[in-house]
Design a protein around this ligand. Structure first.
Ligand code: NCD
Length: 307
């Protein structure tokens, strides 16, 4: 059974196809509104979510399907001690496809090994978040027309930010990508991502603490929230949470063509006064996420022979 747990589960050509489908959905939504009639998405969220959960649900509804599920672990039998494997086997009896978010790295993979329907990782701990990456890729495609020759700055919590890990993995497959990692010492990109992704693929990258210093080089600035829920103590979080706050003055040296991205939710790291800057793309990412999730649900259900 084909599942998507890691963005690298999708080949570059498959990502191109998903983008084509998403663009077609944007142009001809009515063509798609019965494609998943009588099909059910199980939306299993063991961790808080606004965009990911609701965009998966909106995606399935716009495809003519319906949604079952839960939005917190306490309302499922997991609170009685049920394993992820048993939960996945159970849900396979009721639904056609699963979107699962879980605080433990690897939980959606375990689910996919035990389910008889496709499983989509909707975020596992500080590890991966492939469908946010699909939203990010469609946004980059629509803003820049492609993925080659881009200098992409990632700023904030690069240690726990799963959207950062997944997007770096995705970008590592395109030509002449340069990655600029901007973070405090304590929140640097994990060395496994540096070694296994950046170094292995000979991607040019640099690390700095100063956003101002690198701003003029960037084609894309991907801001992130400091991931409070992954910290071991509150003091460290409080010390690091406002490490970077993007304000209009900081954009003085930025390119006119810069795209400012953020997976959201934002806390303090982008001033609301940036929202009206034409370079701000974060609400476009939200909408693009729904289209890419529609495209992915369609693809996996087709491959599973369910539509
Ligand atoms: C992200 C996540 O859950 O990892 N949010 C999202 O899905 N758009 C980013 C975050 O929580 O900071």
């Amino acid at each position: 059974m084909r599942s998507v747990i890691d963005i690298l589960d999708l080949k570059v050509e498959e990502i191109d196809e998903l983008i084509d489908t998403a663009l077609d959905i944007i142009k001809n939504p009515e063509k798609y509104n019965e494609k998943c009639k009588n099909k059910k998405l199980a939306s299993l969220f063991f961790e808080p979510s606004t965009r990911t959960r609701l965009s998966f649900e909106a995606a399935m509804i716009e495809l003519g399907g319906s949604v079952i599920g839960f939005s917190e672990a306490n309302s499922s039998s997991v609170s009685k001690g049920e394993s992820v494997a048993d939960t996945a086997k159970t849900i396979s009896c009721y639904a056609d496809i699963i979107a699962m978010r879980h605080p433990k790295e690897g939980a959606p993979l375990i689910a996919s090994m035990n389910a008889s329907i496709p499983v989509i990782n909707a975020g596992d701990g500080g590890h991966n978040h492939p469908t946010q990456t699909l939203a990010d890729l469609l946004t980059i495609y629509r803003e820049k027309g492609g993925f080659d020759n881009l200098t992409v700055g990632f700023c904030g919590d690069l240690k726990f930010g799963r959207t950062v890990h997944s997007l770096i993995n995705a970008l590592s497959r395109y030509k002449n990508i340069k990655i600029v990692l901007i973070s405090p010492e304590e929140l640097k990109l994990p060395s496994y991502v540096k070694k296994d992704v950046l170094e292995k693929n000979n991607i040019e990258y640099s690390e700095t603490k100063s956003l101002e210093e690198v701003m003029p080089q960037l084609d894309i600035l991907y801001m992130t929230r400091v991931q409070r829920e992954r910290f071991f103590n509150e003091e460290d979080y409080l010390r690091l949470k406002d490490s970077y706050i993007l304000e209009p003055s900081k954009l003085a040296s930025a390119k006119e063509t810069l795209s400012i991205m953020h997976p959201l939710p934002r806390v303090n790291e982008i001033s609301v006064s940036i929202d009206s800057d034409p370079r701000a793309c974060y609400f476009k990412q939200v909408l693009n996420g729904k289209y890419m999730r529609m495209a992915l649900i369609l693809k996996l259900l087709k491959e599973a022979g369910r539509i």
